[in-house]
Design a protein around this ligand. Structure first.
Ligand code: ZN
Ligand code: ZN
Length: 361
């Protein structure tokens, strides 16, 4: 991973905004993704200052680990970190320092402004997050590996899917499988939604038992070497009947239309529209309430957005999901989600899990 290069790009963005430095504060994991992106550090507490000088600090729990992970000189914070940081900023003679607006609590912002009197702290929206949109080859490699593991786990879960088991049991078994097979963890709470639960896009697995005739929706992803994946497939347990088949075909057509629109230079809202139009034309427009997709990287939801309100334009190296769905409340829902890398002329789909036909168990 090119952490030094990533810090260099941040340094350039910082200078372009008329700032002398940018400070990333990760306290109790408040900004682990940005700190990891810039240094490789995985601990729960760390501070990074990027400017003319690079300063990295953590406390005694992490000094050894931080040295190994970051390759940077590590300063050790003793005592309370806020006064330490205030003094450190002053000692560097800085006047204007950017700080992440999304990731810094109001408390930290106010305290640090008070403690670092004379240093103006400028809240910046998405400075690091914007850099993170464009993935390097090694980042894409990690996301591909996460996608591959996700596919393999879902294959295992569907092979072992039995009527009578609860959604929670199925979700938990799959999570254990992922961890046993190398995942650091799941990228989000795995969704296993059966029957009417599948009609709720962000359903939480409950004690409902999977029953013959159900549609079971799996929305699953892992974190591997820091990077996330995200995959949704549905499987029918026994004969699902004609409506489910019809909706499945429709959502698959929308998924394909969305994927076909993914290329560098395409507006996120146009990619969304390409898929949404397919669903609207079939009369299910009001049954697809969420955006078509989102960026995936160190976080499972990050920029760029692929939705009706998106102001983003896709660029080579973006990794996004394409996940149209149709939800019929009280009955069932179908969503088909793939992970895709934006390339100059089009895209490369990372999710290999079959989707051409509705899976029946
Ligand atoms: Zn998902
Ligand atoms: Zn998703």
């Amino acid at each position: 991973m090119d952490y030094a290069g990533q810090r260099e790009r941040l340094g350039k963005a910082v200078r372009e905004r008329g700032l002398e430095a940018f400070v990333v504060v990760n306290v109790e994991r408040s900004d682990r993704p940005n700190l990891r992106y810039l240094t490789g550090f995985t601990g729960s507490f760390g501070i990074l200052l990027v400017g003319e000088r690079t300063v990295f600090a953590t406390d005694s729990r992490y000094t050894e680990q931080a040295g190994k992970e970051t390759g940077l000189p590590v300063e050790e914070v003793k005592g309370r970190w806020l006064p330490w940081l205030g003094e450190r900023l002053k000692s560097l003679g800085l006047r204007r320092v950017g700080i992440g607006a999304h990731r810094t609590s109001l408390f930290v912002y106010q305290e640090l402004s008070r403690l670092a009197a004379g240093v103006e702290l400028v809240p910046e929206r998405g400075l690091v997050e914007d850099l993170r949109r464009v993935k390097g080859e090694d980042e894409i490699g990690r996301i591909s590996a996460a996608a591959e593991l996700t596919d393999a786990g879902l294959r295992w879960a569907i092979e072992h899917l039995q009527p009578g088991r609860t959604e929670r049991e199925v979700a938990l078994d799959l999570e254990v499988w992922y961890r046993k097979n190398g995942a650091e963890g799941v990228a989000f709470e795995l969704i296993v939604a059966s029957g009417p639960g599948s009609a709720m896009p962000h359903y939480r697995p409950g004690n409902r038992r999977i029953t013959r005739g159900d549609v079971v929706l799996f929305d699953v992803g892992v974190q591997l070497d820091g990077y996330c994946s995200d995959l949704t497939r549905v499987v029918a347990v026994g004969d699902p009947g004609p409506t489910v088949r019809e909706v499945y075909e429709l959502v698959l057509a929308a998924n394909r239309a969305g994927l076909a629109a993914v290329r560098a230079g395409a507006a996120g809202k146009d990619v969304d529209a390409a898929a949404r139009e397919v669903i609207a034309k079939a009369g299910y427009g009001d049954r697809f309430g969420h955006g078509l997709g989102h960026g995936v990287g160190l976080e499972v939801h990050e920029a760029p957005a692929v939705g009706p309100a998106s102001e983003d334009t896709l660029a080579p190296g973006n990794v996004v999901t394409i996940e149209p769905g149709v939800y019929l409340p009280g009955k069932f829902g179908v969503r088909i989600e793939d992970l895709v890398v934006v390339t100059e002329g089009g895209n490369r789909v990372l999710s290999r899990f079959p989707k051409d036909e509705l899976l029946i168990r």
